[in-house]
Design a binder for this molecule. Structure first.
Ligand code: SF4
Length: 257
């Protein structure tokens, strides 16, 4: 029998990043490492390391058996469905499930947008959610299913207010190792606060767009890149709502009360 060691690591969000996880396993501060080298070259204690999610390992026999039998594998995954749904919870579904039908089953109504794969992956406008949750289809949508978290937002949500909370989360979880993420998340929080209060200008939105692009292009790890990307997802798909706030209008009735 192969020996399996179970180790506890620190709990910050960033320890989900593979090199930060390796650092934490080695008893160091859980922050991402510079690459190269990648973990497959030099990872845990300097040895080649594969960082693989348990769910992926569990799917391997299903895939291997299907290939052995000459058919397409039917891969099931756990999805955590939350947000504005009547029946939140953990669902097990094949990756071929269609997102809009899945949300209907969970009791989502009047959907405005969906974080597909959690807030780190991307935000999809409701007009784009007639897609299957396969890697191919989600890639076309510009998101990755990752941990399988699906967060539905109804039209009662204000996109500016929601993005402010999301950006506060990223700012809090940023490890501070690189400037684009450390300063960029703070800057986006500051701008979003002013947008929500009706105190921002079009120039502020242009500056926020530029900051988010820089974060995507120059952050050291996925956290800073994701924070920039998800902000741009929101701004590009809901620009009219952002601009309404500059005129003191919140169509969801959440801000300016
Ligand atoms: S992107 Fe953010 S979380 Fe990642 S290394 Fe830079 S500061 Fe740390």
């Amino acid at each position: 029998m192969p020996r399996i060691n179970v180790l506890l690591v620190g709990s910050p969000y960033i320890v989900g990043e593979e090199t930060a996880l390796i650092n934490s396993l080695e008893g160091k501060r859980g922050e991402p490492r510079l690459r190269p080298p990648d973990p497959t070259e030099s990872g845990f204690l300097g040895k080649p390391t594969a960082v693989i999610n348990v769910e992926v390992v569990a799917a391997a026999p299903v895939i291997l058996r299907a290939h052995y039998e000459g058919r397409e594998p039917i891969i099931e995954k756990y999805f955590c469905v939350t947000g504005d749904v009547e029946r939140p919870g953990l669902y097990r579904k094949p990756l071929t499930v269609q997102l809009d039908e899945f949300l209907g089953e969970a009791g989502a109504k009047d959907v405005k947008a969906v974080f597909v794969g959690g807030v780190s992956s991307g935000l999809a406008h409701s007009s784009k959610i007639k897609v299957r949750l396969t890697p191919e289809d989600t890639r076309k949508l510009g998101v990755f299913i990752g941990p399988g978290v699906i967060i539905a937002l109804s039209n009662k949500r204000c996109i500016v207010d929601t993005m402010l909370e999301v950006m506060k989360f990223f700012s809090h979880e940023s490890c501070g190792r690189c400037e684009p993420c450390k300063l960029g998340t703070r800057e986006l929080v500051d701008i979003l606060e002013r947008v929500r209060e009706g105190k921002a200008s079009l120039d502020d939105l242009r500056w926020a767009e530029s900051v988010a692009k820089t974060m995507m292009e120059t952050s050291l790890c996925g956290l800073g890149m994701s924070a920039g990307k998800v902000f741009l997802d929101a701004l590009n798909q809901f620009r009219d709502e952002f601009e309404e706030h500059l005129r003191g209008v919140c169509r969801a009735g959440v801000c300016f009360r």
